[in-house]
Structure formats: structure tokens, C-alpha cells
Design a protein. Structure first.
Length: 217
């Protein structure tokens, strides 16, 4: 549901509808997962459904290992399918030609399948990187909409292809967030990255606006 939210929210008409959509999907789903997972963990002593099905029973040959493997395969399959779709959907906005968009889906799947075994060897490092570079994006979006743009976006897309300020703030936020939170264990990497990115983006955009106003006068 979290990965599918960008796809679902694009059909909403207002901020209120986005909140309602999240409440109707995420809250019942995770409530159900907790309700099902808690009794299972209490009864088996292991909250890991796949692990408890595969490893103990595989030693005794009871056959439940097959069920565990099936659950794992279906879970990975569903997750990979959603990630390919969401990733290709985001990248497809780069081009306005629909006939090229299917290429993005194939590219995302090919890169993911090829890089998967490599990333697996560095899984925890990869998770630390993801947890540091993704949160600054949200901070930049929030600052851009509520602080810089004052909740007023133009009806038409801007002519510029890239916002250099956003990329600079994202790079600094992600890099310094990883250096402070992961490398030096100071604070929380995601929060550090968000704060740094938000401040840097706000400062750069403020300077740009004041410079443009000075030139206009």
C-alpha cells in the first residue's frame, strides 16, 4: 500500500481525499497484519512467519517448509511487481511520449533484477542508504509547496526541466545525513537528512527569489 500510494493519490481531487485514502487502506491493512501476526508469534514463539515455517519444520520433514517457501515467493513476487510498476510510473513522467513509457518499465525491471544479487551482499548498507536519501525528498516537497510556493502552484508545468536547488539540497541532505547519522552515529540519519535538505532548499530558493526581485527593481 505504501508503494502504491503515489499511483492511487494521483486520482484524488484534494488533500482531504489523500488523507481519506490513506486511512481506508493503510490503517485497516496494518491493523489486520498485527492482529494476525501477534497470535501467531505468541503460539509459535517466533514472529517471523516464513522463518518459523521453513527452518524448524524443514529439519523434521513435516511439509510446512513448502508452505513457508510459497509464502516467501508470493511475498517477493508481489513486492517486486509493485516496485517495478511504481518505479516505471515515476520515470515515465520524464517523457511526454506514451509509446516510450513501456521502455521505462522494462528498464526498471532489468536493472532491479541485475542489481538485486549485488545489493543483497550489501543489504544493510543499502538499507542505510535508502533510509537516508529518500526522506530528504519528502522534506523538499513539503518546503517547496508550503513555504516557497505558499501552496500556489502554476496551472502549467514550468519550462525548466530540472530544479537545480532541489537536487543540490537533496545531495547535501542525503550526504550529510548519512555522514552524521550512519557513519558517526549522531542523531537519526533520516531526520538529519530531512532537516538539512529542507534548510538548504529554503535558503537557496530564498536567495534566488530575492536576487530576482532585486534585478526586477
Amino acid at each position: 500500500p505504501i508503494s502504491s500510494s503515489p499511483d492511487l493519490t494521483r486520482y484524488t481531487k484534494s488533500f482531504k481525499h489523500v488523507i481519506i485514502l490513506a486511512a481506508l487502506t493503510l490503517i485497516p491493512l496494518y491493523t489486520f497484519i498485527n492482529w494476525m501476526g501477534t497470535p501467531y508469534g505468541v503460539l509459535t514463539g517466533n514472529p517471523d512467519v516464513v522463518g518459523s515455517l521453513v527452518w524448524p519444520t524443514a529439519l523434521f520433514g513435516t511439509g510446512w517448509a513448502v508452505v513457508g517457501i510459497l509464502v516467501a515467493v508470493l511475498s517477493i513476487w508481489n513486492t517486486a511487481d509493485v516496485q517495478c510498476w511504481i518505479g516505471s510510473l515515476a520515470l515515465s513522467s520524464v517523457t511526454k511520449k506514451p509509446r516510450y513509457r513501456w521502455l521505462f518499465a522494462l528498464a526498471v525491471c532489468a536493472i532491479g533484477a541485475g542489481a538485486g544479487p549485488i545489493i543483497w551482499n550489501y543489504l544493510w548498507i543499502w538499507l542505510d542508504i535508502l533510509g537516508t536519501i529518500i526522506p530528504p525528498l519528502v522534506a523538499i516537497w513539503v518546503i517547496d509547496y508550503y513555504v516557497v510556493r505558499k501552496r500556489q502552484y502554476p496551472d502549467e508545468a514550468p519550462k525548466r526541466m530540472f530544479n537545480i536547488s532541489a537536487y543540490a539540497a537533496w545531495a547535501l541532505g542525503g550526504g550529510l545525513g548519512y555522514w552524521t547519522g550512519v557513519a558517526n552515529q549522531w542523531g537519526i540519519a533520516a531526520i538529519n537528512a530531512m532537516v538539512i535538505a529542507a534548510v538548504v532548499y529554503w535558503v537557496i530558493e530564498t536567495i534566488k527569489q530575492r536576487s530576482g526581485a532585486t534585478q526586477a527593481n
